[in-house]
Ligand binder design. Sequence first.
Ligand code: AMP
Ligand code: MG
Length: 342
Amino acid sequence: MNRVLVPLQLDSAAPALGAQLHQLDGQTMGTTWQLRWVATTHAATEAADGPVRAAVQAELDLVVQQMSTWLPGSDLDRFNRAPPDTWHTVPHAMAEVLQAALWLAEVSAGAFNPAAGALVNAWGFGPDPRYTDPGFVPPSADAARAALCRSDWRSLRWDRERQQLWQPGDVLLDFSAIAKGYAVDRVSRRLVAMGLPHHLVEVGGELRGAGMRMDGLPWWVDLEQPPTDPHQAPLPTTRVALHGLSVATSGDYRRVYTHGGERRAHTIDPRTGWPVAHGLASVSVLHADCVWADAWSTALTVLGLAEGVALARAHRIAALFVQREADGRLTETPTPAMVELA
Ligand code: AMP
Ligand code: MG
């Protein structure tokens, strides 16, 4: 291990004597969730953990019901299928995510784009067609351009007072780059409300740690790393104390295919309509809120190393960029806010 990151403020009391470690896991959003927490209240049995499982599943199900691209009839799906020139009432959780997403779309000049569903689908990363389907062919330049025309987040109109969103026609929302992080925050907040302040929540690799472990130490987590070429020296490990802190990683090595010798990864540059191809292997972001860690890691992945580091610096975002060099080596660039945690 070569780098250890600890948040600048440590504020919580250690768990009481006699506390026990509890663990639960399950499935959601096409991936897995995991929860560890420390509490004195009950023996760590499945029966005693039942109310916690129910609470976690309720939070995750709410996010899916409102924001899934994959669940026919979700609020997001109904918006996507709505006729042109219609207003739609957006439920509270979806509105929170929409507002965060629109803010980041503005700040990143469209690198982050919650209305990129048509592009995501065209490149085979939505529900249909899937790049893994037999006979799947990536879009032609014309088809990519047509999908780009349907991916203008500025064509949406958001009426904050009335919590209503305007469907201009054929615009497909996709919250996959932000909803998992939001779900992690909801679970974490729900646990605190249930009197369980010491926990580590994970949904599909996005994490939030709060309070402490049983031994009074913070929840230590190693940042996810892209796979290294066996001929290259491994990257240093970065271990983070998730104490009131979240981490999310976007990478070009998950959900990727090769076409005509070119990598096509699942992060699309909505400014060009093409999958990003500037050699960033991954971006990890640390943030108090997992919703922001998740959204920023995707935004910075789209921007690439130079633009991404500049925007992250301007917003004091703690990020670690891993660049795949021409010779296959991986090199790391931490932002100043990340260095401050070391
Ligand atoms: P993440 O793993 O959090 O980086 O999210 C990646 C997912 O977000 C993709 O599978 C797409 O569904 C969606 N996506 C792809 N490109 C963008 C983009 N530029 N802005 C917002 N969401 C995107
Ligand atoms: Mg993301």
